[in-house]
Design a protein around this ligand. Structure first.
Ligand code: PRP
Ligand code: ZN
Ligand code: MG
Length: 226
């Protein structure tokens, strides 16, 4: 019948820094997931939920376009997509349900180790490679620095050695990647964690009830981890 409820769709990262913790969170909340490798959609056996395993960069858009109902994503990716969509006059609506206790990282500017660096004015006229051009542009504007931004989807850390850029702006968690590439962190421009987000205008009664059932479980799991 037309009134039948749709299964709740939750987007999570397929593989990467958030995927193991996201999966563990679902398991702790009692979701029985049949996660066969290579599967885009995994059905939750004991609840009306489907898990969509996608690239993390795609998650904000899936929520903002209303294609998925919930998603777990890094704030850095979420903020970058929001800034871009606002510039493009595209819909950028979502609600943060919960700031999670995993996926901590910082978005930082790094320069070659041998370079002397005093403050952000040292970046004036330089070329900076990044996967997060909008967050970087916002920072440079705040600092009143003019620099050229080169957008790379991956291998940002090799850009200075390859002669593509003078500096980079990339995620740092342990710092091992910077070390391995002869770079030093000089500015932290954004601190990020994983967040659980919901699309706007979700109004299906059964889906809302399901979310209301999940939230106390998530809170409980997080308290137990403290
Ligand atoms: C980030 C970043 C570095 C690495 C830094 O990549 O681009 O490669 O993590 O971590 P570290 O300080 O612990 O060495 P991510 O894992 O997000 O993958 P991606 O670059 O493929 O998106
Ligand atoms: Zn990514
Ligand atoms: Mg990387």
């Amino acid at each position: 019948p037309a009134t039948e409820s749709k299964r709740l769709r939750i987007a999570m990262q397929k593989s990467g820094r958030l995927s193991v913790d996201s999966q563990a969170l679902f398991a702790s909340c009692g979701l029985k997931i049949n996660l066969r490798e290579q599967r885009l959609i995994a059905h939750v056996e004991n609840m009306a939920i489907d898990i969509l395993r996608v690239r993390d960069d795609d998650i904000p858009g899936l929520i903002m376009d209303g294609v998925c109902d919930l998603g777990i994503v890094g704030e850095n990716v979420l903020e970058e997509e929001s800034l871009q969509r606002k510039l493009d006059n595209d819909s950028a609506d979502y609600t943060i349900l919960k700031r999670l206790d995993f996926g901590s990282c910082r978005l930082s500017i790094a320069v070659p180790q041998e370079e002397s660096y005093a403050n952000s004015s040292c970046l004036e006229g330089k070329t900076i490679a990044t996967t997060y051009p909008r967050l970087l542009a916002r920072y440079l504007k705040q600092q009143g620095v003019n620099a050229r931004i080169v957008t790379l989807k991956g291998s940002v850390e090799v850009a200075p050695r390859a002669g593509l850029a003078d500096a980079i702006c990339d995620l740092v968690s342990t710092g091992a990647t910077l070390d391995a590439n002869g770079l030093k962190e000089v500015e932290v421009i954004y601190r990020s964690k994983a967040v659980l987000i919901q699309r706007k205008n979700l109004c299906d009664d059964k889906q809302l009830k399901l979310i209301n059932k999940l939230m106390p479980r998530i809170n409980g799991v997080m308290q137990a981890n403290e």
